[in-house]
Design a protein around this ligand. Structure first.
Ligand code: CS2
Length: 512
């Protein structure tokens, strides 16, 4: 994150004392923040949490009656130290700049967060907060990688170093799951009610998966605790959506000029927002439906639609666009070659996998997605989109590939994206030979396997924890080899490769 420019400070730093003096067009929290109690403890206070859940609560708090639904943020990682320092300095306030596609901008100060605990400094404080009687919901945005799931088995990775530590030292937690288990144990032992664990990550069945992880981990410690969790804790599934780019210096400067105050970590996001939640909360919940969220009994079809179209669509544009040399999603999708490829991928390789959803017209949904991606006021970098692809692609893209192969359907458009991921991991440069910034926990392993492609075309697929048994599937490997050959023989023309894969696909669909 960039910090605010120093040395030009005649504006005040954002905090409670200057709210009343901000320009009148800024939407400031008009509610009394001193009355709020932290009914929600949120682990993983990234940009997305601040543009989404915290923003929904900010709207809800504008009407009286929800004062017990303030948020206490928790940062588990050493890299959350700056965020903690900034939030403390700003009385946990931050600016949210909502940019509509037509150029309209909503400028807000979000006041729903009232505390923040930085775990590396005081782990017990986090456990005590989770176990506090005010805490009714513990919500999570710990990213797709934070769930430590193996693509091959679908199981939780007990070999992960942090997980191994947590099993051996349950009183000195590292992962979010171990903190939650320690707090639930405290609640069970002291006869308190449980809290709801609410995942807000882009994983299908995010609640069910969180339940499974927490109960099996707890079982290793104490089967009675695990059973108590099964019986008392609810884990609602949810579909979450709002595009939130990484904060840039331009965003910081915009806030300083428009809000006439210095916010060291503002958030910018698109105007679209969606939250579909299973109504399963063991200790009560805010009335999020009063401010636009939707409660349903089964979120599965919504999650699948969003993850397989939006998130996978992002990865399609991100990997192919990076190789071409684009830097943001809006510039990539404004290129007709990429827009057509994306649309064909959505129509031909994802739509057939989706269930009917009452009230949602899939054609409109896809049109809206392309408009959202094209929002020229949201500069969402391809570096962000491609970051942690090793945690994202299995859930966003490979799951559709597996389902299509299983159903005997061609999936060559998605297969080119996997081949492009290999090429991107191997070369690390775009077609103009400029370095691509790759951020991935598996970067070294990805590069090592990808670099053997010249001598073994299927080398990349040997990373079984990602690709499971795809290497044994000829429907996959034939199309993959064609794409690898095309990419490696004409590396300077990704659009040509995309057009030729798309043309073959269209012929196949037309039956010619
Ligand atoms: C993105 C998501 O990380 C990614 O690859 O697809 O962060 C996406 O912007 C959000 O899920 C939108 O709701």
């Amino acid at each position: 994150m960039n910090t605010a420019p120093h040395g030009q400070v005649n504006k005040g730093f954002l905090n409670s004392s200057i709210l009343a003096s901000l320009p009148s067009h800024i939407d400031v929290p008009a509610y009394d923040r001193s009355l709020l109690k932290a009914g929600i403890v949120h682990i993983g206070v990234g940009g997305f949490h601040r543009s989404h859940q915290a923003a929904y609560l900010n709207e809800l708090l504008k009407s009286p009656g929800s004062e017990h639904w303030g948020i206490c943020g928790v940062g588990l990682l050493e890299c959350n130290r700056d965020l903690r320092d900034i939030l403390v300095k700003q009385d946990y306030l931050y600016s949210l700049v909502v940019r509509h596609p037509n150029g309209k901008i909503d400028n807000k100060i979000i006041g729903s967060m009232i505390d923040f605990i930085f775990a590396p400094e005081d782990k017990q404080k986090v456990i005590d907060k989770l176990a506090h009687s005010d805490t009714k919901i513990v919500s999570l945005t710990i990213t797709e990688g934070g769930y430590h799931l193996d693509s091959e088995t679908g199981d939780f990775d007990f070999d992960n170093e942090d997980v191994r530590h947590d099993i051996q030292h349950p009183d000195d937690p590292i992962t979010a799951f171990a903190y939650i288990i320690a707090a639930l144990k405290k609640r069970m032992t002291s006869g308190m009610a449980a809290f709801t664990v609410q995942s807000c990550d882009n994983i299908q069945h995010n609640g069910a998966i969180t339940r499974k992880i927490i109960t099996i981990l707890a079982k290793r410690q104490d089967p009675v605790l695990s059973q108590w969790i099964e019986d008392n804790v609810s884990f609602p599934n949810a579909m979450v959506d709002r595009i939130t780019p990484v904060t840039s210096k331009t965003d910081i400067d915009y806030v300083e000029n428009t809000f006439q105050a210095i916010d060291l970590w503002p958030i910018t996001c698109e105007s679209f927002t969606q939250w579909v939640i299973e109504d399963d909360f063991c200790s009560g919940r805010p009335n999020w439906d009063r401010v636009g969220a939707q409660f349903v009994s089964d979120v599965t079809p919504f999650e699948k639609m969003k993850i397989r179209l939006l998130n996978a669509g992002h990865s399609v544009l991100g990997l192919l666009g990076s190789i071409y040399g684009y830097e943001t999603i809006d510039e990539t999708v404004s290129d007709a070659c990429f827009a057509q490829y994306l649309r064909a991928f959505m129509d031909l390789e994802v739509t057939p996998l989706l269930d009917e959803l009452s009230g949602i017209d899939l054609e409109d949904y896809k049109d809206t997605l392309i408009e959202r991606f094209a929002n020229p006021n949201i500069k969402d970098s391809l570096v962000r989109i491609c970051s942690e692809s090793s945690a994202k692609l299995p859930k966003f893209l490979l799951s559709s590939i597996f389902e299509n192969i299983e159903a005997g359907r061609d999936t060559s458009l998605a297969i080119l994206v996997v081949a492009a991921w290999c090429y991107y991991s191997d070369k690390g440069v775009n077609q103009a030979q400029m370095a691509i910034e790759i951020q991935d926990a598996m970067e070294t392993e990805l590069a090592a396997y990808a670099r053997k492609t010249a001598v073994d075309k299927l080398s990349f697929l040997k990373i079984r924890s990602l690709f499971a048994n795809l290497i044994e599937c000829t429907e996959f490997t034939e199309a993959y080899t064609t794409s690898i050959d095309a990419l490696y023989s004409s590396p300077s023309d990704i659009k040509n490769v995309m057009n030729s894969v798309l043309a073959s696909k269209r012929k196949l669909v037309a039956g010619v």
